[in-house]
Design a protein around this ligand. Sequence first.
Ligand SMILES: *Cc1c(COP(=O)(O)O)cnc(C)c1O
Length: 379
Amino acid sequence: MGPGPSDVHPRILSAMARPTIGHLDPAFVGMMDEIKSLLQYALQTTNAMTIPVSAPGSAGMETCFVNLVEPGDKVVVCQNGVFGGRMKENVERAGGIAVMVQDDWGKAVDGNKLEETLKANRDARIVAFVHAETSTGVQSNAEELVAIAHKYDCLAIVDAVTSLAGSPLKVDQWGIDALYSGTQKCLSCAPGLSPVTFSESALDKIKARKTKVQSWFLDLNLVMGYWGGEAKRTYHHTAPVNALYGLHEALVMLQEEGIEKAWERHQRNHQVLRAGIEAMGLRFLVDEAHRLPQLNAIVVPEGVDEVRIRQRLLQEYNLEIGAGLGVLAGKVWRIGLMGFASNLKNILICLGALESVLVEENAAIQQGAAMTAAKRASA
Ligand SMILES: *Cc1c(COP(=O)(O)O)cnc(C)c1O
């Protein structure tokens, strides 16, 4: 129950254990087509360029930046946690100029600040932000931020690694131009693949490049020779066959549940955890309006050794929760309720274990109320 990888569903694990076949085998190519259309459903898009990059979320991030950013391009990067900082790195390594919009860790990206920055930087070409900041448990308003980007003729690159399948994400309706995600968070799949999607406007910018994409492996023009349209597939790299079996199964399961139902389940379970956490007298870091249901940042009570609590949870209850990062190190715990792991049983185990360890460590918490509150909230 940390910030990912989340528990991988047994159905996905057994799909991954199927025999490895050739990555140009017609049966495999047929499965690739299914993965593309299932991903379009998961991302709520009709973008033809919707594929899983053969590497983790960070490679999906690089795919977006190396293809879209040309040397000299000005990119406005909104940062309110760890992952916005990585976007800045990517812009600069691709030869772009990053203009930062900073918000406090634990707060959502401020649309007004973004708009002010775009007014002062009329030559900016791209806006980039993180939809679900896993480092702080904050959800920013992607629809609003994309609309602001478009108003100033910028393309929008969105990090949706933690939001995909966990909270509403509508690529076409919101007009997102380029997006990357991951498999090991709310899809409950093994780590190692990164779904990405690109709009027609984004592809136009890539086609109009004056310079070659500096990464051979992530150059979409080449990758599409393998993943692309109806034409025959050409070898680019050996696809991670078994990892793709897993992603296929995860996406089939998502379709069986229904994407809206998955969003609702994450939201409902967040409320159940919240009832227990608050009954214990603990509080959330993030304002209610911007809380991520799949990543709950809980403030460590005064005088409690947060590392020791996490170690005891792991050793005594076999339960992993996440630590705070950067400025929040030592100040919060991050409890993941992602994918398959977002269920009542996990919440009750987590609340029970956390309460008993906190009591033994003499923390000033309300005893004996959390489980009842959670069960009542789940009824
Ligand atoms: C996990 C995560 C990433 C990185 O994904 P990897 O698969 O670890 O490379 C990027 N952005 C966010 C918001 C994440 O939560």
